[in-house]
Design a protein around this ligand. Structure first.
Ligand code: GDP
Length: 142
């Protein structure tokens, strides 16, 4: 067990469905602390850069279009095993396969429009946190 930081994004459908408080509340109730957060409407360039690892996938254009379709809420979550804890709360990528009670099972529309993003490993978490936040914008909560 170790204190980690991870990047969370409440995607455009989550913001549009007015789920910001609900989703941040689930994080806080489950041992994760918010070290920094802001609402932002991503540009095409920001979304393409963030998802660059998926640029060769057939759904890349659709993914970027969706992620730029409205504002998102980007947060850094901190806590014991924050990366896997957040992924557990999110549920599987495809809501049809997500465990009951997870964010995606409860709120996602489809494998593409799936309400939340969460870093999947320590290396990606570090890169993703730095993509959106300067260290001075984050407050250690551990
Ligand atoms: P995640 O880590 O659970 O978010 O899943 P991935 O890293 O595999 O994919 C990143 C994001 O791309 C997902 O959260 C979806 O928004 C999108 N995505 C993944 N697979 C598909 C797909 O088959 N179709 C579409 N339209 N979008 C997808």
């Amino acid at each position: 067990m170790s204190i980690q930081r991870t990047l969370s994004i409440i995607k455009p459908d989550g913001v549009a469905k007015n789920l910001v408080g609900e989703i941040l509340g689930r994080f806080e109730k489950n041992g994760l602390r918010i070290a920094g957060t802001r609402m932002q409407w991503l540009s095409q360039q920001e979304a393409e850069g963030f998802y660059a690892v998926h640029s060769e996938r057939p759904f890349f254009g659709e993914l970027v279009e969706y992620m730029t379709s409205g504002p998102v809420v980007i947060s850094v979550l901190e806590g014991e095993d924050a990366i896997s804890r957040n992924r557990e709360l999110m549920g599987a990528t495809n809501p049809a396969e997500a465990a009951p009670g997870t964010i995606r099972a409860d709120f996602a529309d489809s494998i593409g429009v799936n309400t939340v993003h969460g870093s999947d490993a320590e290396e990606t978490a570090a890169v993703e946190v730095a993509y959106f936040f300067r260290s001075t914008e984050l407050c250690a909560r551990g």
